[in-house]
Write a protein that binds this ligand. Structure first.
Ligand code: AKG
Ligand code: FE2
Length: 199
């Protein structure tokens, strides 16, 4: 039963929202195929693709010359769906695709505050995995299993006061059961702040 667990049962920080079945399995397969037709960047341990604006990992910012062009239509329709469902007020114009093989993760971070507007939305493909949240003041921890085809929206406190991370593991514990990770691909949608500091 897809909707058996309500959001109230999820251990998410305030300002986070979990949306199941944002994509159909057919859309998931099509999106994965489109991404795999394109070149993956190997500048990090995990492979990535950038759309809209390139994020500079060394400078940890979106540099002034980073514009790559508008999002391709197959991504902008998903941006429009996020707006249509009320998650974004402005159409997202930047997407980072991350690929995680089993035992790959992403370390604890807050997405660049001067680069991106309030809302961050991560769409998951292919494999479930656990995302961990840590409150930067109190150290409190929360976590959620992100399922394929779901979207996690971070705003407000979840966006600014908590770090998020994906532990680099081969297995997650889901409802007491050890589940092997498979290849996971995520697409994170953001809106770049206009007139952002160039520093
Ligand atoms: O893979 C994810 O769901 C999260 C990715 C992420 O946190 C990021 O790109 O900033
Ligand atoms: Fe992030």
């Amino acid at each position: 039963m897809d909707h058996a667990v309500s959001d109230l049962d999820l251990d998410l920080p305030a300002g986070a929202k979990y949306v199941r079945n944002f994509l159909s399995p057919a859309e998931e397969a099509r999106l994965t195929a489109l991404l795999d037709q394109r070149a993956w960047s190997t500048e990090l341990k995990r492979r990535v693709q950038h759309f809209g604006y390139r994020y500079d990992y060394r400078a940890r910012t979106v540099l002034p010359n980073a514009f790559l062009g508008p999002l391709p239509s197959w991504l902008s329709v998903l941006g429009a769906r996020l707006v249509g469902q009320g998650h974004f007020t402005e159409v997202p114009d930047q997407v980072i695709v991350n690929e995680y093989e089993p035992a790959q993760g992403i370390s604890a971070h807050v997405d660049c505050i001067p680069c991106f507007e309030d809302t961050i939305a991560s769409l998951s493909l292919l494999s479930p995995c656990e995302m961990l949240f840590r409150n930067q003041q109190s150290g409190e921890r929360k976590s959620a299993i992100l399922e394929p085809c779901s979207v996690l929206v971070l705003k407000g406190a979840a966006r600014y006061d908590w770090t998020h991370e994906i532990p680099a593991r081969k297995f997650d514990i889901v409802d007491g059961t050890k589940i092997a990770r498979r290849r996971r691909v995520s697409l994170t949608f953001r809106k770049v702040i206009e007139n952002r500091p160039t520093g």
